[in-house]
Design a protein around this ligand. Structure first.
Ligand SMILES: [Zn+2]
Ligand SMILES: [Zn+2]
Ligand SMILES: [Zn+2]
Length: 313
């Protein structure tokens, strides 16, 4: 089991999952644990000769019932590929899998916050190359969603709704503006190529989305992922995180007097690259003060990303 300790100076939980030190680290191509199990071959994590999307408990979990959850979501049985290269149907199916996991994990008493995410590339610590993502069910509300709820308070309503309104009014950082989903580089992005993908309508989670909205979300996420790869003509590392309403008791319920449940489905991408070869390191100012220093303006990177998305499509 993992151990939680509260870090008083930071006002946040730290998770000690020491069994994770033994986890599979960049196995060679023949020993991928996320491949299907070949008839007569050694058993992988997935005991089937083929599959579409597979979800299972992480063997090296940061969280475990009754203290949360950690799951792996394998996007395809094809080892080589990426989220951006999935067929449009498979990407859309993945949105439904995410929705199902949010509903099921979110209903548990020991899960206060469901976070779906993907780490892509060795630059962000990936230990398996097979296209996959993860889901953590946190047994507490972590700092980032807590800050987002505080932004709702500060802006006097849903912060993602208000920020989307501002981005659309300005337009300089908007990358893709569909009927249901918008992708933009945020006004105050912390990472050079940070992008947020937000639902146009106020949707607290995947559960409130219409089927056409889930399809549009998949399309937008894939267009962006392919644009990222086109940007420097190399597989582009990123951390992709799905933010949705908290699931703690009634923490996601509408506050008194508010018409809407708090939380607004959006997907954030934090790419560590600032040029084709240079990584952004979190150093003195970022670690010691929590203040990001960036060498590029979001308006400039938005121009480069719009161009790359056009090339990648
Ligand atoms: Zn594989
Ligand atoms: Zn909203
Ligand atoms: Zn967010």
């Amino acid at each position: 089991m993992s151990e939680l300790r509260f870090n008083e100076l930071r006002g946040e939980q730290v998770v000690y999952a020491i069994h994770r030190q033994d986890r599979t680290f960049l196995p060679d191509r023949e020993h991928c644990p996320l491949d299907p199990t070949e008839p007569g071959g050694p058993e992988t994590e997935i005991p089937f000769p083929s599959f579409e999307i597979a979800v299972f408990d992480n063997r090296f979990p940061a969280f475990q019932a009754p203290g949360g959850a950690a799951e792996v979501v394998v996007y395809t049985d094809q080892h080589d590929g990426s989220f951006g290269a999935l067929s449009p149907q498979r990407a859309e199916d993945l949105m439904w899998v995410w929705r199902n996991r949010y509903a099921e994990l979110g209903a548990r008493d020991d899960v206060d916050y469901v976070m779906i995410f993907e780490n892509r590339g060795v630059e962000v610590g990936v230990t398996l190359h097979h296209p996959h993502g993860q889901i953590y069910g946190y047994p507490f509300l972590p700092p980032v969603p807590t800050l987002e709820l505080a932004a709702d308070e500060r802006l006097g309503g849903c912060a993602p709704c208000e920020l989307l309104r501002r981005e659309l009014a300005d337009g300089a950082r908007v990358l893709l503006a569909g009927d249901d989903v918008v992708a933009y580089v945020p006004h105050a992005a912390r990472w050079a190529f940070e992008v947020h993908v937000a639902m146009r309508a106020h949707r607290p989670s995947l559960l409130e989305c219409e089927p056409h909205e889930l399809r549009a979300l998949a399309e937008t996420l894939q267009s962006l992922a392919r644009g990222y790869d086109a940007l420097f003509e190399r597989p582009f590392p990123y951390v992709m995180v799905v933010h949705q309403a908290p699931t703690a008791g009634d923490a996601g319920a509408a506050p008194p007097g508010a018409a809407e449940r708090s939380g607004h489905l959006h997907v954030e991408f934090y790419p560590p690259l600032r040029t084709a070869e240079k990584l952004k390191f979190l150093a003195g100012s970022e670690q010691g003060a929590g203040t990001f220093i960036s060498d590029t303006l979001p308006e400039e990177t938005a121009v480069a990303l719009r161009d790359a998305i056009a090339r990648g499509s």
